[in-house]
Write a protein that binds this ligand. Structure first.
Ligand code: C2E
Ligand code: MG
Ligand code: MG
Ligand code: MG
Length: 278
């Protein structure tokens, strides 16, 4: 078959630029089949209350283990999926699985916590996005307040009014809206006021040097105090050591997430965090 031939061909080129192009084309081909091939899975990374240490929620993160390419990081395949619109299908799959798993945990009598799902701006563009979320909540039986959607700042750059309306509608039915990667790229503080968000996640690039960069401490302190004044709660992402935690406590940060506590883990391992909660 021509498809199979195409795959084999990819490996024969060794001119490096051509190889790069072919690698991308290969990856795209494999990505198209990833869902069918059962190569996608959902991992979870716990978030904790910085004061009490209690589990407060989990972020769902998409994982792709390709039979041909091995583990491919989201930073490589998400942009590719966004380009060729596969993101619609995969985003929907992700949302459904995250909600399903959360409901399953609740049915087992485990503590109820929100699970947050990353949403690509491409997904929010769809006219049917709100209905899609509502349908998934109904089909899985998960209450809206146990779902959070993480959006990025690229959404705000476009000033997409329709997207803002959709987020408002979702907030109204009880879905939590989280501003992800705050502080990266082009950011305007006024957007914080115009978007219906309840939680702000400070980008991990500000956390990375917290213990040795005085200016980053000032920045993080300012972001947190601004967020609190707007009635938002703050998650620090990418927390890797206790020095960072101590500084974040001083800055009055609310929640933490990072390798210090746990990397993203499979659903079975994530369940252990729920069992150990209180
Ligand atoms: P994100 O939403 O900002 O997710 C946090 C990323 O930081 C994750 O990378 C996580 O593994 C990583 N991380 C967590 N703790 C630490 C830490 O202590 N140190 C460091 N250096 N990194 C940490 P991951 O899983 O590779 O995902 C990368 C990005 O891909 C995500 O960034 C998100 O924007 C996107 N992504 C992942 N899953 C999905 C998805 O289902 N849908 C969409 N649209 N995007 C997704
Ligand atoms: Mg995120
Ligand atoms: Mg993100
Ligand atoms: Mg982030």
């Amino acid at each position: 078959k021509s498809k199979a031939q195409g795959k084999n061909k990819c490996c024969l080129f060794d001119d490096s630029m051509r190889e790069e192009v072919m690698k991308r084309a290969c990856m795209e081909g494999y990505l198209r089949e990833a869902l069918q091939q059962n190569e996608l899975s959902v991992f979870f990374q716990p978030q904790f209350d910085i004061g009490t240490g209690a589990l407060r929620g989990m972020e769902a993160l998409l994982r792709w283990h390709s039979k041909q390419l091995g583990n491919v990081p989201p930073s490589q395949f998400i942009p590719l999926a966004e380009e060729n619109r596969l993101i619609h299908q995969y985003g929907k799959w992700m949302l459904r699985h995250a909600c399903q798993k959360n409901k399953e945990w609740q049915n087992k009598g485990l503590p109820r916590i929100p699970v947050s799902v990353n949403i690509s701006p491409r997904e929010l563009e769809q006219d049917c996005f709100v209905e899609q979320v509502i349908t998934i909540l109904q089909e899985t039986g998960l209450e809206a307040c146990y779902l959070e959607l993480e959006i990025t700042e690229s959404l705000m750059i476009n000033g997409d009014i329709k997207a803002i309306d959709k987020l408002e509608a979702l907030k109204k039915i009880g879905v939590g809206i989280v501003q992800d990667d705050f502080g990266t790229g082009y950011s305007s503080l006024s957007y914080l006021n115009s978007l219906p968000i309840q939680i702000l996640k400070i980008d991990k690039s500000f956390i990375a040097n917290l213990q040795r960069k005085e200016s980053d401490i000032s920045l993080v302190k300012a972001i947190i105090s601004l967020a609190h004044n707007l009635g938002l709660r703050v998650v620090a992402e990418g927390v890797e050591n206790t020095e960072q935690v101590n500084i974040l406590k001083e800055c009055r940060c609310d929640f933490t997430q990072g390798f210090l506590y746990s990397p993203p883990v499979d659903a079975r391992t994530a369940e252990e965090f729920l069992k150990n909660k209180e």
